[in-house]
Design a protein around this ligand. Sequence first.
Ligand code: C5P
Length: 205
Amino acid sequence: MIIAVDGPAASGKGTIAKALGRHYRLPVLDTGLLYRAVGLSVLKAGGDPDREEDALAACNFGDALLADPALRSEAVGSLASRVSVHQVVRDALVQRQRDFATQPGGAILDGRDIGTVIAPDADAKIFVTASVHVRAERRYKDALAHGGHPDMDSLVADIQARDTRDMSRDHAPLRVADGADLLDTSELTIDAAVQRAIALVDAQL
Ligand code: C5P
């Protein structure tokens, strides 16, 4: 069984994917982390994320980088969205994601193009959304909880820029996959969103 969970930044897709993993006892891959690792690796190498050669060279990151706490920052999220526009980068990461998806027993993957490109034949597909304001507020609270000094206006601007780049790129743009159910989490608690996601998946299986 393969479950695809897609959606924009801070929509709640990662939280929902993890909860689905516990419910269905399936392993979960946060595919955004792979793109974040490429972004961070370009930064560490002093490269330019918009240059295809630099971004491709960064795809050889070691697995230790996937545990780097810096991966979670909004700055690295933005770098990830810049390197992820290059087709060569997407190609370099595709096999790893498909291997995870097709492991015996099944898997859950969350990202931007799981239901459209990585696993178009997934058994269940959910597209998680929330308003830009709600998503920026979530990032704001996260940053405060981690001792940061977030600025709401710049968080809104970052999220909007990332949405625009992810939706308008030529390769594997963010869009609702054929057969996916929409789940808007703007007005939902985490528990309510998870219950709704389970109901949607059950109905698709
Ligand atoms: O989901 P997350 O915010 O960690 O993703 C970071 C960036 O990586 C996204 O803004 C997007 O540009 C890119 N990404 C992608 N395809 C995926 C997952 C993430 O292009 N499957």
